[in-house]
Structure formats: C-alpha cells, structure tokens
Design a protein around this ligand. Structure first.
Ligand SMILES: [Fe+2]
Length: 228
C-alpha cells in the first residue's frame, strides 16, 4: 500500500465512461464552484451537504449522512458505477466530486491533505473521464516533476504527496473520491492494488513549500470539506 500512484482496474466500460461524461457535461454551470487554490472547477456529486460538501451547521459532514447532490441526482450512470464498482472497495465510502481543468491551463502544485498528514495513508481515487492523463506529475526529492503514464484512467494517488497537472490540449474531467475514505484496508481493495498493472513510489521533496498547502485548511475546524 506504500505507493504514490497505483493504477487499479475497476472494470468501468468505455460505454459507461462515455455516459458518465455526457451526464457531467449536461450539468448546468451554476452548480459548479471555482477552486482558486487548485485552479479548477468542482462539482459535488455525493457528500454530506453544503455547497462544497462541507460544513453543515450542527453536524459533521465527515461522519454524517452522505447523499447525492442535486447534480449527482441527475447522473444515473455515475451513481450505478459508484455503487457497483467503486464504493464496494471503500470503507468508509468517500465524498465524490468532479474536477474540471480547462484546456490550456494546469493546476497549481498542491497537497490534498494537511502538511502534518504527509506520510500517513491519504489515498485518493480518480477516474479520468476526459483529457490527457500523462500531464499528472508528482514532485520528487530533487524538486523535479515525475510524470505518470497515459494508459491508466483509473488510479489511486497519495494525496499527501505534492502533485499537479500541466496544461493540456483537452479539458481534463475527473471523477474524484476522497475523505472520509483514505484507502482503508479490506480484501477487495488490497486485491485491486495487488493486481495493479502499474504502481510507482516517488521520493518526497525534503522541503514543503507553504504555497502547496491549501489556505482553506488554516480555517478548517473539524470538517474535511474539499479534500477531494
Ligand atoms: Fe489533488
């Protein structure tokens, strides 16, 4: 389980991928919100409520009842793929968000976790519905970018390792599942990791640039909000 990036095959078919993408493209713009820190648009699909899937007065969204958002309710294929192919290897089930990065613009290098969580298990699941996968990179101990291969659209990454994507020709649209799931052990998940066709461990940078850490976390209380 000690990897930076691990391709896992959850058997999502091409047809399902096309239907999921069509569902996302059909969601009106006003349901999205901009994430200035990362530099992309986000769309909540399954979470504990609130615009960002974040704090709802009087309850913890990381332990509370999760449900499909208004956008998520419009996406029957996404729901069935989640229930049949993704949620079964997760315990607890994670928050689901769509991330869209416009063509020609990359993301800022960032952590999907707090700095003091570096090195703990902080797995994030990704299913790329559109765009170039090999623009994803991790920063290594020499502050160099280590790029991932283009072949695998379904993978888990270590969200506590500084990462980003470079500008691409196509818009990148990714289904993301994060906290409260962190890659907790179970038989199904360890088999997926064991049967991976590609897994890599990248060395960590020795110094963490404060710019890589989401300023949102400074104001964070108990919620895990946008740790997609
Ligand atoms: Fe990220």
């Amino acid at each position: 389980m000690d990897f930076t990036f691990c391709a896992i095959n959850v058997n999502v078919t091409n047809l399902e991928k096309q239907l999921m993408l069509a569902e996302v493209l059909d969601i009106p713009d006003d349901l999205y919100h901009e994430n200035g820190f990362r530099g992309c648009r986000m769309l909540g699909i399954y979470n504990g409520g609130g615009q960002l899937g974040g704090p709802v007065k009087g309850r913890s969204t990381s332990k509370g009842q999760f449900k499909y958002t208004t956008a998520g309710e419009r996406c029957p294929t996404i729901q069935s793929v989640l229930v049949e192919k993704i949620f079964p290897f997760m315990n607890p089930i994670g928050r689901v968000t769509i991330l869209r990065t416009r063509a020609g613009s990359g993301l800022n290098v960032h952590l999907d976790t707090l700095e003091n969580e570096i090195g703990t298990r902080q797995h994030k699941y990704r299913l790329v519905l559109n765009g170039e996968i090999d623009k994803l990179f991790f920063i290594d101990e020499n502050n160099k970018k280590v790029f991932m291969p283009n072949e695998y659209n379904s993978y888990v990454l270590d969200g506590s390792h500084p990462h980003s994507i470079d500008p691409a020709n196509e818009e990148k649209i990714t289904l993301c599942v994060g906290a409260p799931w962190h890659g907790e052990d179970n038989k199904l998940y360890s088999n997926l990791v064991k049967n991976s066709n590609y897994s890599i461990k990248v060395s960590r940078p020795t110094v963490i640039d404060p710019k890589w850490v989401d300023p949102f976390f400074k104001y964070k209380t108990t919620d895990e909000n946008i740790r997609a």
